[in-house]
Unconditional design. Structure first.
Length: 69
């Protein structure tokens, strides 16, 4: 799991993230915030897709758009 989450984290430059507990359906919640911690968004990641670099990049891009960074 660490390797998968680190792939996602590497796509998030200057953004902090905190992973929640794995849901029974295999979803992985992640709270993403700006470096000041003033704005945040929660994404639900599909752990089966975290191996796909494009998926990680798309989710990171969505987080940046949501945080307006």
């Amino acid at each position: 799991m660490y390797v998968l989450t680190q792939r996602f984290v590497s796509c998030l430059k200057n953004i902090d993230c905190l992973f929640g507990p794995l849901a029974p359906d295999g979803a992985l919640p992640v709270r993403i915030s700006d470096t000041e911690g003033r704005r945040f968004v929660t994404l639900i990641l599909d752990i089966a897709q975290l191996q796909d670099v494009r998926y990680c990049e798309q989710q990171a891009q969505q987080a940046r758009r949501s945080l307006a960074l």
